[in-house]
Design a protein around this ligand. Sequence first.
Ligand code: SAM
Ligand code: SF4
Length: 348
Amino acid sequence: MNDTGSVPSAPAPVAPLPVDRLVDGFGRIHTDLRVSVTDRCTLRCTYCMPLDATFKPREDLLTFDEFVRVVAVAAGLGVRSVRVTGGEPLLRRGLPDLIARLVAVPGIEEVALTTNGLLLPSLAGPLREAGLHRLNVSLDALDDEAFRRIARADGLDRVLAGLEAATAAGFTGIRVNAVSVRGITEAQVVPLARYCRRAGFHLRFIEFMPLDAESAWSGAQVLTGHEVRQILEGEFGPLEPAPGTDPGQPAVDWRFADGSLIGFIDPVSHPFCDRCDRLRLTADGQFRNCLFSTSEWDARALLRSGADDLDARLASLLLDCTAAKRAAHGIGEPGFERPVRAMYQIGG
Ligand code: SAM
Ligand code: SF4
């Protein structure tokens, strides 16, 4: 255990494997690429973005053609799912067109989107028509004041309307992600669980990670998944681990007595680095091998270099990025270094 109560979870090094797949030095095979399409946002969540955020100039962001090219190369190296995120991805103009193009990339089996939901009332239909497979909506509070305290903007009504619009558009298996911050979100746990159970959404609580722009994170602010479960059990009775949780997913599902499920993503108290299958592409075209990576691999420079062997060079860059992946994020351990970029600049 370290001082945040986390249980180190690091895989043991293994002998190198063939390099036509995205395998790191610990034998982890990477099949999931998180693609951030913008660093801009309609909210200013305390755990993610500063109030006075500045953004990359638009010309620094990858174009849709560039995103599709990178995803096609990644698919050739075994990536099967793409998660579109941001900033707030729905702010990127024409996003449904990009989704449709990503869905059509040979080898890509699932395209998912993580959004704060504010723009879903108008975009849920077009996203569904574009073929988006999965929708994750972030919602930490069901009370206006708590929502405003966390998001530092209004918008709860629009998020709820967005969730309704997504359901009406035909999305099923919608996930609702709620970040847990000690002293702020405890009172939201039970109302969120009630709301999601009634609406049929899969609620997942996420522990607060040191990726806030204002560097205010401390281990003491992490309301752990275990503590959230205790709050839920106080209201709904015992929860039990759900059998058959997908080992590739960071979320561990628990089950209420009526069989409905609730998920916990506990990167701080129970790191899942040993089964991490994710790589990332920032909106400005940098590959990262971890949220907590302190290095980046510049795909944008390559994309704009005019190289004729561009796909081979992109593949080689992504392989290098993967090979350099560390065993674990090391939050709370001696020598842990926060990444320079905050969550909204990386893509959660
Ligand atoms: N704007 C979109 C949204 O909020 O869903 C997508 C981007 S946001 C960075 C992706 C996810 O990261 C959200 O679920 C958000 O709550 C989560 N997140 C942001 N900062 C976090 C932090 N410091 N610790 C844990 N989760 C965080
Ligand atoms: Fe925006 Fe999402 Fe970050 Fe909140 S978590 S500030 S909604 S990017």
